[in-house]
Write a protein that binds this ligand. Structure first.
Ligand code: AMP
Length: 396
């Protein structure tokens, strides 16, 4: 009989949920409770490709939303009685967690301790865990960390060149995020190459609203672009990526910003949105750039230029490359971004097959490189399946 895992991803005002078939990664039912804590709280879910939408009471909180989700799932008895575990996405595992883990008091305590470093994410992840434990008290609950895959990074890669005691006493270092996505596409690329992941040198680029790139040598992450928080590195939808670290002090001391205004500016008003002044959505910008909007074109050019620089840097550290992988909403779908990026990397042995590049979109995965190139893949990520598979390790 098929076994299912309930996968939960709690954000600050939303809960994504999915029932995942552990063996295949198939999801017969998945949904989203959103605008939690507001007047327009709502819950939608898709069952066998049919969408069902409903309102939630005003100011529904995470706990209440999870109770509604649990009730909703009970209506699909043939699925819910086969749920054998609950997998929770937890954004920050600090240095405590190198692997997914069964949640107990100690684990909750350690996640609480890392909340200082991820104040927007870990507290709501904990609320989600707590509420789900109440709603599903008889199931094992497993935490899967966005940071865990990057715990193999060597010290020379994860340290900042700051006074060493900031690392020793305050854990200030690079952690990396999107780990489950990088891990999944790395595995899929190794499978496609017919090699063991442990024998593969890969560069994986997760390009969505948040963006990160990872250097993977012999199957282990040795570097990644997101750092202490998910703000460093590539340009993103609304996040700035790399900037001169003096800019925040300048904004505060010379331009009168408060610390929280600076944080808002760097996280929510920058990136593609900040430059284009139009949108953080790559599709809109591609369309607008085609129609001659210069700011949209500039935003895309900057996004692509930075990506090219990071790929170049990681080619230098990863060893002989086995494959480059694109994933995430932009990486999986934007033939334009992939083409514009790779056309600048031909001198480093990377070249696309124009036709395959155009074809490989909308959930398809496969090779998009020219025969003469090092392999380049576009792979649809499936973080939920990684979470489900990890959760199954604790089902006996
Ligand atoms: P994600 O955060 O992974 O859901 O990715 C969101 C990003 O993917 C947004 O910037 C979207 O504009 C982008 N995206 C989704 N579909 C396409 C597409 N067909 N072409 C270009 N970008 C896309």
């Amino acid at each position: 009989m098929d076994q299912y895992v309930l996968v939960l991803n709690c954000g600050s005002s939303s809960i994504k949920f999915a029932i995942i078939e552990a063996k295949t990664g198939r999801s017969p039912l998945h949904g989203l409770a959103e605008n939690l804590g507001t007047v327009s709280s709502k819950l939608g879910f898709s069952y066998q490709h049919k969408q069902h939408d409903g309102e939630l009471p005003v100011n529904t909180d995470h706990q209440q939303a999870l109770a509604v989700i649990a009730d909703t799932l009970k209506q699909f008895e043939h699925l819910s009685r086969r749920i054998v575990a609950v997998g929770h996405r937890v954004v920050h595992g600090g240095e405590y967690f190198t692997h997914s883990t069964l949640i107990d008091e100690q684990v909750i305590h350690a996640i609480e301790k890392t909340s200082l470093m991820a104040p927007l994410h870990n507290p709501v992840n904990l609320t989600g865990i707590n509420s789900a434990q109440n709603a599903f008290p008889h199931l094992p609950h497993i935490a899967v960390f966005d940071t865990a895959f990057f715990q193999t990074m060597p010290k020379h890669a994860y340290l900042y060149a700051l006074p060493y005691e900031l690392y020793q006493q305050h854990n200030i270092r690079r952690y990396g995020f999107h780990g489950t996505s990088h891990y999944y596409v790395a595995h899929e690329a190794a499978k496609a190459l017919k090699k063991a992941l442990g024998n593969c040198n890969l560069i994986t680029a997760h390009l969505g609203n948040g963006c990160s790139i990872a250097a993977i040598r012999q199957g282990k992450a040795i570097d990644t672009s997101l750092g202490f928080t998910p703000l460093e590195g590539l340009m993103m939808g609304t996040r700035c990526g790399d900037i001169d670290p003096s800019i925040p002090a300048y904004l505060i001391e010379q331009l009168g910003y408060s610390a929280s205004e600076v944080s808002e500016l760097l996280n929510k008003e920058s990136g593609l949105l900040g430059i284009s002044k139009l949108s953080n959505d790559c599709r809109t910008l591609e369309q607008q750039a085609k129609e001659g909007n210069l700011q949209a074109k500039l935003a895309l050019d900057m996004f692509i230029y930075r990506l090219v620089k990071y790929i170049g840097a990681y080619l230098a550290v990863v060893g002989t490359l086995d494959a480059l992988v694109f994933t995430g909403g932009i990486g999986e779908n934007s033939a334009y971004v992939r083409e514009s990026t790779i056309s600048q990397l031909q001198h480093l042995g990377l070249e696309l097959d124009a036709e395959k590049n155009l074809e490989m979109r909308f959930g398809q995965s496969g090779l998009i490189s020219h025969n003469s190139s090092k392999p380049i893949f576009a792979i649809a990520t499936n973080e939920e399946w990684v979470i489900a598979k990890d959760a199954m390790l604790y089902v006996h």
